[in-house]
Design a protein around this ligand. Structure first.
Ligand SMILES: Nc1nc2c(ncn2[C@@H]2O[C@H](COP(=O)(O)OP(=O)(O)OP(=O)(O)O)[C@@H](O)[C@H]2O)c(=O)[nH]1
Length: 213
């Protein structure tokens, strides 16, 4: 893993953080929570979204008023979201390079993947750190299925904790099983509807990605 100390010529490059996960797990909701929290800590930020054939997520974030709309770029993933974040991430790399050119002080670029399944992973050529977002309503057996996203990500986020009582999920047990299949690598719980657990995600980005004390 590398961080903001990477350089491109004389320029310091931004750290690139991927956010992937199944359709509807709350990736955009997490981005919408992370933006004000990261900006509030003085982090110079930009965002890239990937959608299959639209720029819907980018438009949603641009309209949110949370960040300068010019700092939000959209990549159209085409038929398969895996391709542009793993097999051939050229489009995303170009979009990130372009944001760095336009905003030379940018320290951190969040890259949200299009919604996919449990197999999506990010290329290390594209991201320095990536998180995978699953949600409680998808079922507490998701960690046990050991999809590559769940296993390989740097941080597993279990979102929609508020729904646990409604879908009969024992949160503590789901957390435990997620830690077990990941050999105790990081797992954090969030409720993006209420903003719970966001500080812990931001703390990890600050510490493990930006190397701030
Ligand atoms: N109850 C609850 N709902 C949530 C939470 N986070 C997101 N949602 C809802 O879940 C739905 C999907 O959220 P999105 O943020 O659009 O999910 P996504 O992963 O970006 O979806 P795609 O981009 O389509 O894959 C929306 O209706 C959100 O309001 C949460 O923590 N709790």
């Amino acid at each position: 893993m590398t961080g903001v100390q990477k350089t491109k010529g004389a320029r310091i490059a931004a750290a690139r953080v991927g956010i992937g996960g199944p359709v509807g797990s709350g990736k955009t909701a997490l981005v919408e929570r992370l933006i004000p929290a990261l900006l509030g800590r003085g982090i110079d930020l930009a965002v890239i979204t990937n959608d299959l054939v639209t720029a819907e997520d980018a438009e949603r974030i641009r309209r949110s008023g949370l960040i300068d709309p010019a700092r939000v770029s959209a990549v159209e993933a085409g038929a398969c979201p895996h391709t542009v974040i793993r097999e051939d991430p050229t489009l995303n790399i170009e979009a990130a390079d372009e944001l760095e050119r336009r905003f030379p002080g940018v320290e951190l670029i969040l890259l949200e993947s299009g919604g996919d399944n449990l197999a999506s992973t990010f290329s290390r050529d594209l991201t320095d750190f990536w998180m995978f977002v699953i949600d409680v309503a998808g079922g507490d057996d998701i960690p046990r299925k050991r999809g590559p996203g769940v296993i390989r990500c740097d941080l597993l986020v279990i979102n929609k904790t508020d729904l646990a009582p409604h879908v009969g999920v024992d949160l503590a047990r789901m957390h435990e099983q997620a830690l077990a299949v990941r050999s105790n690598r990081p797992v954090l719980l969030t409720n993006c509807r209420k903003g719970e657990g966001i500080d812990a995600v931001v703390g990890m980005i600050e510490r493990d990605v930006l190397f701030r004390a």
